[in-house]
Design a protein around this ligand. Structure first.
Ligand code: SAH
Length: 229
């Protein structure tokens, strides 16, 4: 009788675990085929991408597509980036465990979560109050205690918490906002899509050296526009 009970408990626990993350296998496959096989090698980035439940960041009707190789709508005419782009931008930033990061364009909160798996603290700003609220609640429910969200125009950065070791902008701007450069620490890295909203944009990496800012053009991308309040 006792054995039966134990077996029943084990079976129930197993099915609960399956329920808790029925996307586990599809997520591991996504990381292998879309991310590792395309050349991302940073183990912390791969580990974070294996861990963050991307399906929890998209609307219910898109959950089954969450691990596919494309961006998805998240409401309010905004999108969550393609998984590879999230991994690529994160790798380019060379994130370290003691670092402080700033993200402009919280959107769903997915990119913030990926960063928060690696760095010490993530500050993230979203211009649309509805999305900011949804993302902050989602991140709280998922247990991310090292992400601080706010609603507002990210153009001005977040001077109270500056300087940042890393800054990631996930909306396309025509130029790098000067306040973001100012809030970057020495040797800090910033990644941003630059270009006109309706056109293909270029992903730019800026590294702040003592007396100058080095920039590097990385690849072509397509992001939603950077807006101003
Ligand atoms: N990083 C997000 C995807 C972002 S989509 C994710 O992982 O889901 C880009 C987001 O940037 C949109 O939600 C848009 O509203 C926001 N945005 C655009 N201009 C902004 C600005 N000036 N400040 C803050 N957020 C901005």
């Amino acid at each position: 009788m006792k054995t039966l009970l134990i077996i029943a408990v084990i079976i129930m626990a197993g099915s609960f675990q399956q329920q808790a993350d029925k996307y586990e296998n599809v997520r591991q496959r996504m990381v292998k085929t879309q991310i590792e096989d395309r050349g991302i090698t940073n183990t912390a980035v791969l580990e974070a991408m294996r861990k963050v439940p991307r399906h929890s960041f998209v609307p219910k009707e898109y959950q089954d597509e969450a691990y596919n190789d494309y961006p998805l709508p998240i409401g309010y005419a905004q999108t969550i980036s393609q998984p590879y782009i999230v991994a690529y931008m994160t790798e380019v930033l060379k994130p370290g465990i003691k670092m402080k990061a700033l993200e402009i364009g919280t959107g769903s909160g997915y990119q913030a979560a990926v960063l928060a798996e690696i760095v010490n603290k993530v500050y993230t700003i979203e211009i649309l109050p509805e999305l900011a609220k949804e993302a902050s609640e989602r991140l709280r429910k998922l247990g991310y205690k090292n992400i601080i969200c706010k609603s507002g125009d990210g153009y001005e950065g977040w001077p109270e918490y500056a300087p940042f070791d890393l800054i990631i902008v996930t909306a396309a701007a025509e130029e790098i906002p000067q306040p973001l450069i100012d809030q970057l620490s020495e040797n800090g890295r910033l990644v941003i899509p630059i270009g006109k909203p309706s056109e293909v944009q270029e992903l730019l990496l800026a590294i702040k050296r003592k007396n100058k800012v080095e920039t590097k053009r990385l690849t072509f991308v397509r992001f939603v526009p950077f807006k101003r309040l």
